[in-house]
Structure formats: structure tokens, C-alpha cells
Ligand binder design. Structure first.
Ligand SMILES: N[C@@H](CCC(=O)N[C@@H](CS)C(=O)NCC(=O)O)C(=O)O
Length: 219
């Protein structure tokens, strides 16, 4: 068995972040797919929250995608994905947090309230505001681009990309497009689509649509 093993699920955007980080850093790893609809007992024993991603590195067992990516950064300092400067490093962490603390809840509300047209009007507005905030305060202010922190890809790019891969589904199902004003964001998504770490982890639009439609079947 390889030194690094990632417990993952093919449709999981959080696991995808970690796979992208391992690929960007050139770290060989074994990928173990977990059936989340029929979790094996060994996985329930191993994973404290019963969730993927879960990373095993030697004796270390790390959960939570953000923490895993920071662990990878600490344990494998070659090809850094965070800046060395403490100020920039903190700002990178703020945007990494923004993804999970602000953008994700807005997107989850679109899914949760999909049968409530009145709430969806407000939800779409919130998503739009968060995207405009990302454009104005993030991509345009942090660097000259083309990545969040400038010429090189960083953990911020990897944090957000799985959700922008799925954005065409949000447009098709819930009428929540990327605002035209977000030109830097749109250019960044196009650029990220060409990266090896994306090409090696991406799923098709139809693959994602099948999974989002299952929410309706389950409702
Ligand atoms: N905050 C976690 C979220 C991970 C997560 O929600 N994983 C989902 C799959 S996308 C999961 O394992 N769900 C199984 C369950 O909740 O039982 C992270 O960033 O790693």
C-alpha cells in the first residue's frame, strides 16, 4: 500500500478538493472509493464523522477537506500551495473559509428550498451577492490574476473549483447563473478547467445532474 491513501467518493466536491491538491503537489496516493449509501463497517470505524474525504498518511488519519489540504501543505512542503508571507497566508485562509462559510450555505439554500418559489427569489439574490463579493473583494483585489493569488495556483483555487464545476447544474435546475459582471471569475473558471488536476477529477454535467435530480426523487 502507498504511504498516502485517500478515502473518497466519486461525486464528493470536498474529496475532489483533496484529490486536486495531491495532484497539484505531485504526491502519489492510493484512492479508496467508499460507498456512502452503504458504508462498510471498517469505514465507520475509521472515520470519526462517517464522512469522506479522509486521508491516511502513515499513522496519521485526517478528516475535513480544508484541514486535510493544510496537512498536505505542512507534510509535503514542496510545490507550495499557500504563500509564505503570514499576511497573505491569513488572507488565503479567509477566502478558503469564505467558500465553506458563505458561498456553500447560499448554494445549499437553493437545493433545500427548491420547492419554495418565494424563498428561491431571495436565495438567488444571496448567491448573486456572494459571487459579486468574490469578484470585487477577492479575485480583483488579491492579485492581478489569473489565479486567486497571482501567477500560481493555490489552495484557494482548489477550495472553490469543485463548486464552479457544478455551477451549470445550478443554472439549469435553479436559474442561478454566474453574473455577467463577474468577468474575472468567469475567466478563472475557464482557466481552471484546463488544469490537469481538474481534468483528472472532473465529472460530466450529466453525472452531476443525475445526482442533483435524486434530491427531487428523494423528496
Ligand atoms: N466539511 C466536510 C464535508 C464532507 C462531506 O460532507 N462529505 C460527504 C460527501 S460529499 C459525506 O461524506 N457524507 C456522508 C454522510 O454525511 O454520511 C469536509 O469539508 O470534508
Amino acid at each position: 500500500m502507498r504511504d498516502v491513501e485517500l478515502f473518497s467518493y466519486e461525486a464528493c466536491p470536498y474529496a475532489q478538493r483533496v484529490r486536486m491538491a495531491l495532484i497539484e503537489k505531485g504526491i502519489p496516493f492510493a484512492l479508496t472509493e467508499v460507498d456512502l449509501y452503504n458504508k462498510p463497517d471498517w469505514f465507520k470505524t475509521l472515520s470519526p464523522y462517517g464522512k469522506v474525504p479522509l486521508l491516511r498518511h502513515g499513522d496519521a488519519l485526517i478528516c475535513e477537506s480544508r484541514i486535510i489540504n493544510e496537512y498536505i501543505e505542512d507534510a509535503f512542503p514542496d510545490r507550495p500551495l499557500l504563500p509564505a508571507d503570514p499576511d497573505l497566508r491569513a488572507r488565503a485562509r479567509i477566502w478558503i473559509d469564505y467558500c465553506d462559510s458563505h458561498l456553500m450555505p447560499a448554494l445549499h439554500a437553493l437545493i433545500g428550498d427548491r420547492h419554495n418559489p418565494e424563498k428561491q427569489i431571495k436565495n438567488r439574490q444571496v448567491v448573486r451577492e456572494r459571487l459579486l463579493f468574490i469578484e470585487r473583494e477577492g479575485l480583483r483585489k488579491l492579485s492581478e490574476g489569473p489565479y486567486w493569488l497571482g501567477a500560481d495556483v493555490s489552495l484557494i483555487d482548489l477550495q472553490f473549483m469543485p463548486f464552479f464545476e457544478r455551477f451549470p447544474c445550478y443554472v439549469e435546475l435553479w436559474d442561478a447563473p454566474l453574473p455577467a459582471e463577474c468577468s474575472s471569475l468567469i475567466a478563472w473558471v475557464d482557466l481552471m478547467r484546463t488544469r490537469d488536476s481538474h481534468l483528472r477529477t472532473v465529472q460530466t454535467h450529466e453525472f452531476h445532474m443525475i445526482r442533483y435530480r435524486r434530491y427531487d426523487q428523494a423528496a
